[in-house]
Design a protein around this ligand. Sequence first.
Ligand code: KIV
Length: 319
Amino acid sequence: MAKSSCMTISKIKAMKRKGEPIVMVTAYDYPSAKLVEAAGISFILVGDTLGMVVLGYDTTLPVTMEDMLHHVKAVTRGAKRSLVVADMPFMSYQTGPEDALRNAGRFLQEAGAKAVKLEGGVRVAETVRRLVEAGIPVQGHIGLTPQSIHQFGGWKVQGKTHRAAARLLDDAAALQQAGAFSIVLELVPAPLSRLISGRLRIPTIGIGAGDGCDGQVQVFHDLLGLYEDFVPKHARQYAKLGDTIREALSEYAEDVREHRFPSAEHSFEMDEQVLEGLTVADEIPAVYQATAKSNGNGNSNGNSNGNGRKRHSTTTARP
Ligand code: KIV
């Protein structure tokens, strides 16, 4: 793999300067990371949304460091050229810069992430500064910050009043000043996102924040129709993989029930003479005997089940 083909922080920043839209998507495991990278997206967030879309919680709050490490490791194994950002879970940094440093360090050292993301503006600026000073790239996250969902009282668009908009501008400026390399804007009205993006040197990455951001991030499962409990207004479904998967699994179940799977191509053959003398009719469970009889094969040794497929009878070798 050529070093130059890896995504880096400086490339992301340069994209803003050149006006090139930045594409980011979440991934939570090895296959999704491989698919994302194969689609030409090399800026990947292992979001704590995994709490909802993978682990089935109602919010991101129950997600732990161990959960995140487990999934970040899987993603970095699948996406070797990407800039993988690890989301710091609830209570892994809110307790202060020392905890933040220790936990963020684990994502880079143990899990292979290249950056971390944390939620908040002015109130986490000092923590961001300490992480950046330690050589850990940080992505900020303001607007609707899901780890504060109970404080917001629901999934509400932020920054709609003059005061709230001014506070978001201050938060964005504080994160940039602290050394964040980019900022996620979540559920922010489009005109405010455009204003914030225009004021910053670092890129803004929007989710439900309109087209005035420097880039967009979406949740893998939302884009692909894999999470059906709730489809956010900001997500466009580019596929309905839930339907595709259900159909495929039903077909598999039907094939097993109708003896269409496994077929010879999915089975392994052997010299059936080896089995001679191993089958004792009385030891064959009734269900197999019945099938053997209904197929016109009372003696089920190395027989066919009537559909042209081989059915092996009991082969338990006895001493
Ligand atoms: O956890 C996550 O996936 C996120 C995105 C929604 C930005 O924070």
